[in-house]
Structures are given as C-alpha cells and as structure tokens.
Ligand binder design. Structure first.
Ligand code: ATP
Ligand code: MN
Ligand code: MN
Length: 299
C-alpha cells in the first residue's frame, strides 16, 4: 500500500504533543549547544524548512549522545519515531519494498529531534510522486584544502552554464564545505532522465575544464579540483535539506542564499543554529527561493 499524504498548511510550531527529553544534554561539545537548543532551532525554523522538507522521503543523521559520539544514518523506520513521522512503502531495486519515512509538519521534525536527529536529508522527489523527481542538485565537493573562493566561482559558472540552456538555479551553502546548486523542477520526467541529465551535465563540465572539475567520485581524481557530485540525483539518494542543522563543529546549518550574496561568503557555514533570528529575517527577501516551474531542456 502507498500512503497518499494530504498537504495541510505546515503548522508553524510543534503543537506540544512531542516532548523533548534531556534538553540540557550537550549535543555540540565544542560550541556548547544542547538538545534543547537544537529543538528550539527546529521549532522556529520549521516554517522556513517545511516547504522543502515536508512530504518527501527523508534520511536522518541521528547522534543520540551528541555529534562527537556515534552517529548513524537512518533511512527506514526503526519503530521508535512515533506517529508524527509518517511511513511510505517504496519499491526497491530487488523487487521488494521498504518503509521509508517522511514528515508533514513541525511535529514530525520534532519527533525526529527527540530521537537524537541532528541532520535531515531529503530525496529529490515527493512522497506522493516518488518516481518523478522535482529538484536537481549539483553538490560541489572541493578537494581538501581548496580555497572557498574557487568553490564560489565554480558555483557561479555552473549557474551561468545552466542559464545558457534556459535553466534557473539557486545556491545553498551546505553548512559544511561546499555549495549546492539547486535546480527546482516541475515533476514529470523519470529518474532515468533525471540522472542522465545530471551525469551528462557534470561530465561536460569536467571534459571542458578538467583542471577545475571532476565528475567521478574518486578522491585521487579530485586533487586540487571540485567534484561535481551529480550522484545526489539518483533514485534513493538524498541531499541535506535547506535549514537542516549539521552534525559538525559549531552546529552550522545548510542555508539558501541569493546568488548576489555568494561572493561575500567566507565559507559554506556562515550560520549556525544560534542564528535563527537572522535566518527568519533573511527569509523575506528569499521568498521564492527553491521554486520554479521549469522542465529539463534537451542537452
Ligand atoms: P559538504 O558541503 O561538506 O560536502 P554535504 O552535505 O554536501 O556537505 P556530502 O558528503 O557531499 O555532504 O554529501 C553526502 C551526501 O550523501 C549527503 O547529502 C547524504 O544525503 C548522503 N549521505 C551521507 N551520509 C550517508 C550515509 N552514511 N549513507 C548514505 N548516504 C549518506
Ligand atoms: Mn557536498
Ligand atoms: Mn557529495
């Protein structure tokens, strides 16, 4: 059976039915933020995050004892997440199917945080149309030690290449090391076409400028280059969702930005969960970020 999610207007705050235990537990030992701080962050940022995070299969990075202890990546329900986290049966390659998870509202996010979640990663398709991707992500992964200026220039150049073929894209700082170039799409095409487009676009860039880009995951081939990680665009792959916190030092967050802001950014993690007020203020000018009615062109 496939669960057909209805689409209620996202509740701006958790409705109080999900209780956060151990609020004082330190989750980010280097900077001191607690589980309560993280929950408060998600409660406030939920209205900004849910348009991207709700109603799509998600994976969680859970670190119940904090980011410095053991963390695990969870894509299926372990039975512990409760009813605010919804389940959806998705067909697997081997012919079977598995229960995946998604949330509909702030309570869903909160239930995950209660169970030790720091990071929320999302599929590139929605729970009500899992076979029809609605966003393409070029995840720019710089080689160790590569200057962030180089990453910024690469992101801007990729945007220009996309503009040249009539595609609108947006920038997101991952909260880690790189920039994600995000292409919102009207669902329609299938995963084969999605992956094929992403792959060919990345290969073309690396073929044209092999000194700057590689389209293969190999660390050896990445030497002083940027890996254009197009593999986020395969069925079942996930990418960090806008406004998700990261399980990295300082409790940074993934943040959507305007292209015009990119040049001034010093790194990919300028905001942390402490900056929720600034993020809420920024949201007004970012209205429309991440949504565009467009289809993949022929390339
Ligand atoms: P950065 O900017 O530092 O690269 P990022 O979020 O882009 O941050 P990547 O390592 O490039 O990080 O992306 C890894 C992607 O692979 C994540 O977005 C996530 O969805 C997925 N992923 C991460 N950990 C696992 C895991 N243990 N198993 C499967 N997929 C994972
Ligand atoms: Mn990356
Ligand atoms: Mn990557």
């Amino acid at each position: 059976k496939t669960v057909k999610p209805e689409k209620p207007a996202p509740a701006p705050f958790p409705d109080g039915s999900i209780k956060i235990s151990n609020r004082e537990r330190v989750i980010f030992p280097d900077s001191g933020q607690t589980k309560g701080d993280l929950a408060d962050y998600y409660a406030l940022v939920a209205p900004l995050m849910l348009p991207f995070a709700a109603n799509r299969p998600i994976s969680l990075v859970r670190c119940p004892q904090g980011r410095a202890k053991q963390c695990f990546f969870q894509r299926h329900d372990s039975g512990a997440l409760g009813d605010a986290v919804r389940r959806i049966l998705i067909r697997e390659k081997n012919g079977g199917s598995e229960d995946y998870i998604y949330v509909e509202d702030a309570d869903g996010l909160f239930a995950c945080v209660q169970m030790g979640t720091i990071e929320f990663h999302g599929w590139a398709s929605r729970a009500d149309a899992v076979e029809k991707p609605d966003r393409m992500i070029f995840d720019l992964d710089p080689d160790e030690g590569l200057d962030f200026d180089i990453v910024k220039q690469a992101a801007a150049d990729i945007r220009d290449h996309l503009t040249d073929i009539g595609v609108v894209s947006l920038a997101m700082l991952s909260g880690g090391k790189g920039v994600h170039v995000v292409v919102p799409l009207t669902p329609g095409h299938d995963w084969d076409m999605h992956k094929d487009f992403a792959s060919r676009f990345a290969q073309a860039l690396s073929a044209a400028e092999p000194e700057r880009f590689t389209a293969t995951m190999s660390k050896a081939k990445r030497k002083d280059r940027i890996f254009i990680d197009w593999l986020r665009n395969q069925r079942g792959s996930t990418a960090i969702l806008p406004y998700s916190a990261r399980a990295r030092p300082g409790a940074p967050v993934a943040v959507p930005i305007e292209w015009s802001e990119l040049a001034a950014m010093k790194n990919a993690h300028p905001f942390s969960i402490d900056d929720v007020e600034a993020l809420l203020k920024r949201a007004t000018k970012l209205k429309g970020w991440g949504f565009a009615a467009q289809s993949l062109p022929e390339i």
